[in-house]
Design a protein around this ligand. Sequence first.
Ligand code: SF4
Length: 652
Amino acid sequence: MAKKAAAAKSREIAVEGIFGPGGLLAQRHPGYEFRPSQLAMAKIAEEAFQKHQHVVIEAGTGTGKTLAYLIPAIRSGRRVVVSTATKSLQEQLFQKDIPFLEKHFAPRLKAALMKGRSNFLCRQKVHQMNGQLIFKGIEEIDWFAQIRDWEKLTATGDRSELTFLPDDAELWNRIDARSDLCTGQKCTEFQHCFITAMHQRAHEADLIIVNHHLFFADLAIRKDDFGSILPEYSAVVFDEAHEIEDVASDYFGRQLSSYRVEELGRDTEHMLRLLEIDSAPLRREIVRLRERARSFFDCFPGPEGRHRFDRAERNVFLEQNREPYDGLVSILQRVESELAALRPKPEEVTAMARRAAELRRELVFLIESEEKSYVYWYERRGRGLFLVATPIDVSQILREQLFDRFDTVILTSATLAVGGRFDYLKQRLGVLPSQENVLPQEFNYPSQALLYLPSGLPDVRHPSFAACAAEEIARLLEISEGRAFVLSTSTAQMKELFERVRDRVHFPLLRQGTAPRSVLLERFRQTPHAVLFATASFWQGVDVPGAQLSCVIIDRLPFAVPSDPIVAARMRALEEDGRNAFAEYQIPEAVLALKQGFGRLIRSKTDRGVLSILDSRIQRMQYGKIFLESLPEYATTRDIREVARFMEHQAR
Ligand code: SF4
């Protein structure tokens, strides 16, 4: 009641009084400037919380979206979950925006940050490993000693505090708090466990900050009535909402990888050592598990990448590989039985037996299931093999599990609308919003950005395209003096363009795949006149404000490839429904991807730069209009001399 009363009192100040000129934000926020779209968004969010509505808001970069939903969320007096696309966005919100709100608006605000279990340390595992000779090399011994000391001091147990530990340190996998080996309330450390503490903070919080992965992991568990990760809540805000179809598809799908089977063997052996259980039969079965897993996963043909594995392909696979498949199913069964037969049987052993059973069930489903609502595929990636079943359409699942279950869901992002409409988003997610808004841009795009559409380039499918495109890229880079992203729709095309351009220009060139993403980005930021060649993963969430990034060149319209099993299945489903899959799926997907890619350039009111798309279809084809109408109002030219003039003007 007290919380509701406080919220009602805080609402006495109208939203204008906070976001408007001379309002509370103007008085308290050091970087405040009046942004009409921010005020408009805050009003929509406030109304959604009060009237219990679903709303969709496209708000461009620079709107100040975060405060526009956080302040109404706090004023609502309800428990709100805010879901962001990545852990780094989550942390930014928690470390920057929440402290600001606590200081100036809501001193009693209770906010909690929640991440997946593997981000946290398991105290029990650390205590069990202490004093044991199970480390791989001096480096691991040193890291473990530091982690042991840190465990006594840290309030959160969050791995992000361990700045010395490399991202790929295998040691972390053996001491993190993932649920596989967790014995829950039976654990002697349960009361002091970092996961318990995170859940307690969340239970007491008004605002819970999660990422889409954790949100949908929770939603998928709730669906099966296996409990939940998040406490009860009544409203959700999705920031970067354009990503939720993909993430939801992962969590409502099924998956088994060769790594998970390997981990079962490794973790079982590790557990036996820690618990000092000596079971020769179980150790023998683990050796067999490894052999059989290898023979089974080696049966999958094809190069790296995704491969279709529908009913017909699976039937052929089974005819040819029945023996290795049955062998893996039966060894998983035997590992489970051996674990179940161990005496004494501590809780860890029961948990491991459950894990073996789950892997077996997953394997049988992925190879034998007849359920038609999934698309079945496999992917060879590095030395891993992933067997996957993805729901073809998540709209019905989301409608039932999310939009019908919670009465307030706010979806926002800079890229949700196609041609100014939300039809595509509504159809893909199954949401029926009470309000949908494309808010005016806060940037002055006509003067800040020039869209260059070169004339005379051949069609992207013509053999001479790469050579001509490389020439055009080199010309543009000379004008922009490097400082550019060249974004390709495929790795092969990226490599080809890189090779063709490298001898023509004298700027430092970077290429995706030669170093981790974060390292490449840092190099790009630090190296004057650098040019980065990259593919789709750089189209999202990359922020390089200022003149260091002055040009973004995109080689082709980013149509999803119809050979991809998920894309193919989704297109087929639409066609079977009598609809036009190209118009209703491929074009809108590509429009949103292009908006994302171009969105890298203008990140502040002082950024300026040139965007170029080398794909002549945007000019020639009827559908090109939809792309152009969906982009912000850039100044547009087909004349490279205008590009030079624009850049000269920038240099002055
Ligand atoms: S409750 Fe689970 S995660 Fe927490 S310390 Fe115990 S075993 Fe580890």
